[in-house]
Ligand binder design. Sequence first.
Ligand SMILES: Cc1cc2nc3c(=O)[nH]c(=O)nc-3n(C[C@H](O)[C@H](O)[C@H](O)COP(=O)(O)O)c2cc1C
Length: 358
Amino acid sequence: MWDNKVTELLSIEYPIIQAPMAGGVTTPELVASVSNAGGLGMVGAGYMEPDQLRSQIKAIKKLTDRPFGVNLFIPSNFQISKLDFELAFNSLQPFRDELNIKEEIPVLPDSKEDHVKFPQLLNVIIREKVPVCSFTFGIPSEDDISMLKSEGVILIGTATSVNEAVMNENAGMDIVVGQGSEAGGHRGTFSENGENNLIGTLSLIPQLTERISIPVVAAGGIMNGKGVIASLCLGAKGVQMGTAFLTSKESGAHKVYKEAVIQASDSDTVLTRAFSGKWARGIKNQFIKEIEESQTPIPDYPVQNKLTSQIRKVSASRNESRFMSLWSGQSPGLAKEKTVKELIRDIVSQAEEIKASL
Ligand SMILES: Cc1cc2nc3c(=O)[nH]c(=O)nc-3n(C[C@H](O)[C@H](O)[C@H](O)COP(=O)(O)O)c2cc1C
């Protein structure tokens, strides 16, 4: 039941990928536990510096000798004038006042920084012989793809539409993650506006598998064995699950964040640009409500992300979820605080029971 092209390419037992979750969720313990339980653990390295990534990889290697992967953000170009940057900074002053943050206006972000860091991160992946690398927010250059492939790295792209999946296949990706609009956090949309491109997993996956010949992995709202079997029935060869692993014991998500997800119900998540400037799905809280009500223009990612960073950090340090980004998919009602081993064991046994009963 479990052996297919995805398990073969990734050298894993079950076609279950723990979604990369940048921002401290994917601890070495989480990544290694998923790989040790027969799935594929993934490091969310989107915000990491090369040295941080290197030490994270070394820590994972101490905990597992099984394959795991690293996920990177394709750098974006952005422009903002000094005046708009200052206006955006000032519009967040009420939140700083409420948290008593005395923050100086940060240096205007430089669009080149992420472009300089990207090849350095790739270099770490190659040097450390990480077997799998996935990308979101775009597709790497032809040169980067051929360099990674010549080193034997398995490449996973992200698509939120048929068009993006075809682009990933044409670029030479080995696997595509099809991310439905249920997905938690930022989706990888790169060919159109993330708000206009809301195709649900049930619609997206069979349309992708009709159009491309590389294996498709389903993501968005999948929490248990039922979701896994449904995805396989739609033609996917595997699943990528974020929210389900976010609340696991090994996840690095903040305690109040895990609690908020576990207590949330189906209608509690919204799409917002409030925290980062890029559309993302999370649990609606005071920050999102007040930003929406104020109707102030929000600068694009990564500018808004940088401007809200201190507010999110201080809010977390006070164990208050009011101003934290609480990314979650649309199925938080199924989230449980289990160990990774229990979670994967339960997913596998539920899927096997369903298969037997069909
Ligand atoms: C907290 C959080 C952070 C995420 N960060 C990333 C990321 O860094 N890179 C990425 O490709 N996807 C990221 N995602 C999206 C996941 O890859 C995946 O598509 C999503 O979690 C699937 O939906 P689900 O949460 O309902 O399982 C993130 C998701 C969450 C919940």
